[in-house]
Design a protein around this ligand. Structure first.
Ligand code: ZN
Length: 374
């Protein structure tokens, strides 16, 4: 392709990206308006990246029917201009309660939504005080999960990136199997996995890798220790990759030289629970019903109390996002959602088994993205 052709291709790709951002903003505005709000204040980095393409670690978005404003500080202004074309970029020096009332006093908003999970009590208090002091007629309305609801349904371009991240994790697990043997420590295995993920192109690791052997594997979120891995004991490996911001999440339980009777039994129960959940999870189902599918298998086998966490969680720009698959979840599952299915059984003092795959809901049912063997 000639230089001119290349430029056109780049412009087209840029235009496509911008269109998808416009589409996201349109959908978001609809949700904001439905709640009777004039605008929404947004702060989590994943939400900023999703809506504005901004990858800085600190900034705010103000989205209304007429405006898309990205507020950030000196460190990120140039970056914001490059990453978020079409947004009004405003550079601030001070804290939220200093700039927000000043910025919005001319905009005529009466109801401003904020993400109650992400604005601290102190920030909220200071902003409220500043609004009162300036005698601005503005109500701060707590909201939760508006952008997260949009993010939970993936676009085809997002699914491509997630699939790449899944493939990286699958490959890193194969590599781990090749080096893991009795006598190596959990930390050594974790480091080998991390090196391999990064060598293959992962942007860091989205969460600290878990390599938990023997009794440590009974802790669902164990940290790798200096413990050496022995034959016959369960080794839970939980890790993921990140590509262009999008994460993957994968867990497997290995046994060096075969498992004893108890763990053979437990492994098979967890495997059956997972297969049952994958098979039975359908679009339009409640996330709690999907959880129940796996839980029933484990309960019937007599290990109900040993499955102490939810069945899974959405994965995207964040490694834990909507939907949440658990008994107390009120989320509903719809096509386009990407999430984990990861039942486990944990016996304190002995060890645990967790098997985790990522799936996407397509045509009403779950398609497994993970290819790692079990
Ligand atoms: Zn997970």
């Amino acid at each position: 392709m000639g230089e001119r052709g290349l430029q056109i291709a780049e412009e087209l790709a840029e235009g496509k990206k911008r269109n998808s951002k416009m589409e996201r903003l349109r959908k978001l505005w609809k949700l904001i308006a439905e709640k009777g709000l004039d605008a929404l204040l947004i702060s989590p980095p994943e939400n900023l990246r999703y809506l504005a393409g901004f990858t800085g670690s600190s900034g705010w978005l103000l989205i209304s029917g007429q405006s898309a404003i990205l507020v950030t500080d000196f460190r990120y202004v140039e970056q914001a201009k490059g990453e978020s074309p079409g947004f009004e970029i405003i550079q601030v020096k001070q804290e939220l309660h200093d700039w927000l009332p000043r910025l919005i006093c001319d905009l005529g908003w009466r109801k401003l939504g904020f993400e109650s999970n992400f604005v601290s009590y102190e920030s909220h208090h200071k902003v409220s005080e500043a609004i009162k002091a300036k005698q601005i007629n503005l109500e701060l309305v707590p909201t939760a999960g508006i952008v997260e609801q949009l993010r939970s349904v993936k676009e085809p371009e997002e699914l491509i990136l997630i699939t790449k991240a899944v493939e990286l994790a699958d490959a890193a697990l194969e590599q781990a199997k090749a080096i893991i043997r009795p006598g190596v420590t959990e930390k050594e295995v974790a480091w080998e996995i991390e090196k391999d993920l990064r060598q293959k192109g992962s942007e860091g690791v989205p969460f600290e890798i878990i390599v938990a052997s023997g009794p440590n594997s009974a802790l669902p979120h164990a940290r790798p220790t200096d413990k050496t891995i022995c034959s016959g004991e369960p080794v839970v490996i939980d890790m993921g990759a990140r590509i262009n911001g999008y994460c993957s999440d994968l867990s497997r339980t290995l046994f060096l030289g075969g498992a004893n009777k108890t763990f053979q039994e437990i492994y098979n129960i967890v495997l059956k629970a997972q297969a049952t959940a994958i098979e039975g999870t359908k679009s339009k189902m409640l996330a709690s019903q999907a959880d129940q599918l796996a839980r029933t298998v484990i309960q019937q086998a007599g290990y109900g109390d040993a499955f102490g966490h939810g069945l899974g969680h959405g994965v995207g720009l964040a490694v834990h996002e909507s939907p949440r698959l658990g008994l107390s979840s009120s989320d509903s599952l719809v096509d386009g959602m990407v999430f984990t299915i990861e039942p486990g059984i944990y016996l304190a003092g002995q060890g645990g088994v967790r098997i985790e795959d990522m799936v996407v809901l397509e045509n009403g049912k779950a398609r497994v993205l993970t290819k790692a063997t079990k």
